[in-house]
Design a binder for this molecule. Structure first.
Ligand SMILES: Nc1ncnc2c1ncn2[C@@H]1O[C@H](COP(=O)(O)OP(=O)(O)OP(=O)(O)O)[C@@H](O)[C@H]1O
Ligand SMILES: [Mg+2]
Length: 308
């Protein structure tokens, strides 16, 4: 596999804060890589470093073979960076925003005309092209921001929480566009607080305090979860939750709607014990089973271990 992004012991300091602390990462051409981690973990700093927008404090990094310490400017035409607080020009129309970014990146008028039409269709914004950006819905603004990021046809996309605060339908639409770009061969690194999005990536990196503490396929990360998940659908989830949350072997208890997910040390061992307790307490349930672990549980469990 050709690697397109390489970092080795990469460090970025802000005065006393070490925002990125010895990051070693290799991204292959065409990967859809998800970056997750708690607030302040260093995701934005990493993306800004890779976009050539921040100086490296120590260590090595290269993008498309260009050394970030010497050739950061050469990287820019190849990279599309969508900032966490990406700002459109609210008073400009959808079309004018695209034109603005096209000019910023020296896209020729001919290419611009062809690309804007294609991107508008791609983002489902054709019928809104005259609308001012400020009057678009949140989801549409994100799609426009992505279209602006794509106008110079970058080979690498660096997207910082592009769907935060967007409704689930728009999030799905946005991800369908990303999947399409991924299939076309664009290399994408995307940070996200949403675990269902992390699950759609080919590989996921978990950052914690500036370090990459886990990096693997979503499937392998889920399998690394130590313990099992028991899902219960009780008649009265509040009472049931109180009863089961403190039982021995139960590490976490979370509710999803009216079902309870328990992270336990061993599903096989705890399932009969929990059933016994529920029966004894006369707490009826519709079902109880060992359920497949979800990304969210895997990450919560990994982070708990780091904090312990
Ligand atoms: N320009 C800056 N000046 C000083 N400190 C900064 C600066 N940018 C980031 N930091 C610090 O570096 C650390 C990492 O921040 P970063 O924004 O990279 O985290 P993040 O993972 O993107 O967080 P979030 O999920 O909240 O967006 C934090 O402690 C932050 O306060
Ligand atoms: Mg951030």
């Amino acid at each position: 596999m050709t690697s397109i992004i390489e970092t080795k012991d990469l460090i970025r300091d802000f005065k006393k804060t070490r925002a990125v602390d010895g990051l070693t990462l290799s991204i292959a051409l065409g990967e859809l890589f998800g970056l997750v981690g708690p607030d302040g973990a260093g995701k934005t700093t990493t993306l800004r470093l890779l976009a050539g927008l921040l100086d490296v404090s120590e260590g090595d990094a290269s993008v498309l073979g260009y050394d970030l310490k010497e050739k950061a400017e050469s990287i820019k035409p190849h990279v599309g960076y969508m900032a966490q607080q990406f700002s459109l020009y609210g008073e400009l129309s959808v079309m004018e925003n695209l034109q603005f970014f096209a000019e910023l990146f020296d896209v020729t008028p001919k290419d611009m005309a062809e690309r804007t039409e294609r991107l508008l269709t791609f983002a489902g914004l054709t019928e809104f092209k005259k609308r001012r950006a400020v009057n678009l819905s949140g989801g549409m603004q994100k799609k426009l921001a992505l279209a602006c990021t794509l106008i110079h046809e970058p080979e690498i996309l660096l997207l910082d929480e592009p769907t935060t605060g967007v409704d689930p339908i728009s999030r799905r639409e946005f991800w369908n566009i990303l999947t399409e770009l991924h299939l076309q061969g664009t290399t994408i690194i995307v940070s996200t607080p949403y675990m269902d999005e992390a699950d759609r990536c080919s590989r996921v990196g978990l950052m914690y305090a500036g370090k990459l503490v886990e990096c693997d396929s979503p499937k392998n990360i889920r399998e690394k979860l130590e313990g099992d998940v028991i899902e219960i659908q009780p008649e009265d989830w509040q009472k049931a939750l109180k009863t089961v949350a403190g039982l021995s072997g139960v590490r976490e208890a979370q509710t999803y709607g009216e079902s309870i997910h328990l992270l336990v040390d061993s599903g096989k061992r705890r399932l009969p014990e929990i059933e016994r307790v529920l029966k004894k307490e006369k707490l009826a349930y519709r079902s109880i089973r060992i359920a497949p672990a979800r990304m969210e549980e895997a990450f919560i469990s990994l982070i708990r271990k780091l904090e312990a």
